[in-house]
Design a protein. Structure first.
Length: 314
């Protein structure tokens, strides 16, 4: 049986720091990303792809709010769904071409994916995820009063809206993903999934929140019985004492070592820590399997055991 992989794409796989924040510029980056994914597929791996959406959903929210005098602004969960659609469209288009170029005629499909979160998750009491534009303090106070937003000062650059980042609990469309698995590369849980809460009558209701895409990818990897959780980011390996003269790159760490380093604060809260925590959760639930953290351009080498940070149970 071919190995099953869930790939979590970092922001650098969708957007370059050296190009504009346009849809056209994103597509050019996605074309390069898709070439790497197609190489993995060519090896015979079965896969699903999860991507982030931070900058994209922020721009959709901003555009919607800027046009509020012309058209009603969209709720945040709807903006998240919109970002899933257009990012997935770019991946479908670019990845299908990359596969065809390698004589691999294989379908690529994007699934609008809802992810259930707990309405009592502590994250709802402490919103931390900044989205959208920067405002003055006066503008921020006005937005809090008029729209009920939570606004916080962001590193001296101004005030921004912040939303909760609850943990994912259940993927609503998981059965559809399982049905598609043997027939296509599925792009799912985009942006961590559209966050919804389940009401007592069984109905689902969208909420203003952002689910970390690494945690969503881990949940998907568990649900489909993946052999490998492959988390792609900007660096080839995770490291301790990052950025210091004695920085140490990590080639292999056990669950216990990863937990110790995390407790020591070795990993950035908004960058490497969620990747390590997702990797830990995966190997804790699947002791015989592994998670790999590496860069997009080193993905194949990491799957071959030549680089990357490999996290295992023992």
């Amino acid at each position: 049986m071919p190995e099953r992989i869930v790939i979590a794409l970092g922001g650098n796989a969708l957007q370059s720091k050296d190009s504009g924040a346009t849809a056209e510029a994103q597509l050019e980056v996605v074309k390069k990303t898709s070439a790497h994914i197609a190489q993995i597929s060519q090896r015979g791996y079965e896969m699903a792809v999860v991507h982030g959406n931070g900058p994209q959903v922020g721009r959709i929210v901003l555009a919607s709010e800027a046009a509020r005098d012309v058209a009603p602004p969209m709720p945040f969960d709807v903006c998240g769904a919109m970002s899933q659609g257009y990012i997935g469209y770019h991946i479908q288009q670019a990845l299908k071409y990359a596969l065809n170029s390698r004589n691999r005629n294989y379908p690529v499909v994007t699934l609008a994916t809802q992810v259930v979160v707990d309405r009592n998750d502590p994250a709802f009491q402490n919103p931390t995820k900044p989205i959208g534009a920067f405002y003055t303090q006066e503008e921020a106070r006005q937005l809090e009063a008029e729209r009920g937003y939570t606004m916080r000062e962001d590193a001296g650059r101004g005030w921004r809206r912040v939303v909760p980042s609850p943990l994912p609990r259940r993927i609503v469309e998981i059965e559809a993903i399982r049905l598609l698995w043997d027939h296509a590369i599925v792009v799912a849980c985009g942006g961590g999934g559209i966050p919804v809460v389940e009401n007592p009558d069984g109905t689902l209701e969208g909420v203003a929140a952002v689910i970390d895409k690494d945690f969503a990818a881990e949940l998907l990897a568990e649900a489909v019985g993946a052999d490998v959780l492959l988390i792609l980011t900007e660096v080839e390996k995770a490291a301790i004492r990052f950025g210091k003269p004695d920085q140490e790159d990590l080639s292999h760490i056990s669950l216990a070592e990863a937990a110790r380093y995390a407790a020591e604060g070795q990993f950035g809260v908004g960058s490497m820590l969620p990747k390590i925590e997702a990797a830990m959760k995966f190997v804790r639930a699947n002791p015989g399997k592994k998670a790999i953290i590496t860069s997009l351009d080193k993905a194949l080498e990491a799957l071959d055991g030549k680089t990357g940070t490999v996290v295992t149970f023992a």
